[in-house]
Design a protein around this ligand. Sequence first.
Ligand SMILES: [Mg+2]
Length: 189
Amino acid sequence: MKSVWLDVDAVLADFVLSAKVLFQSRGHDTNLLKPATNWDFSLEFNPAVGRAEFDSVIEANADRFWRYMVTTPEASRLVNSCLENFDQVNIATCVTSARARAARTMWLTETFGTVFGKVRFVESFKAKAKFAKEFDYLIDDSRDACNAWRDAGGRSLLWRTPLNSGWWKTEHCELANEMIMQTIEKGVL
Ligand SMILES: [Mg+2]
């Protein structure tokens, strides 16, 4: 059976934009913020909010934050092309708290319906590799997750974002991701 596993944050859901919306609702002027450039972006996201406060605000609002997250522009096309070209489409996402996992489960169902074969939550990006099988693909924006998946015998495709590519120009990322989607749509994988 040909399976693909999809990451959620930065692939299907826009975590950074969703966090900005949350912090705006709490009175932070996010227009003053620099664009985030790496995954430990709380300091860049807002110099007035440290990592601990950033995480605690997200967790305090977990029920609505993870349930009403902004969908990425490519999410629907990516999921649909995977459904058409793989036998099973699964989700592997790194979300730790029970409230966040429950809310993310609702987001997945409310956004895409019950189309996914398996939905698995892990404690770390690398832990996704325990699901890797020889011909299974992982599409993920985390290099660590992609490399661990490949080391475990699977095949991975790095989903490009300004956070992982350092290219600074979103159009480069869009082009690379467009190639991934066209490759899936042509049934090449
Ligand atoms: Mg991700």
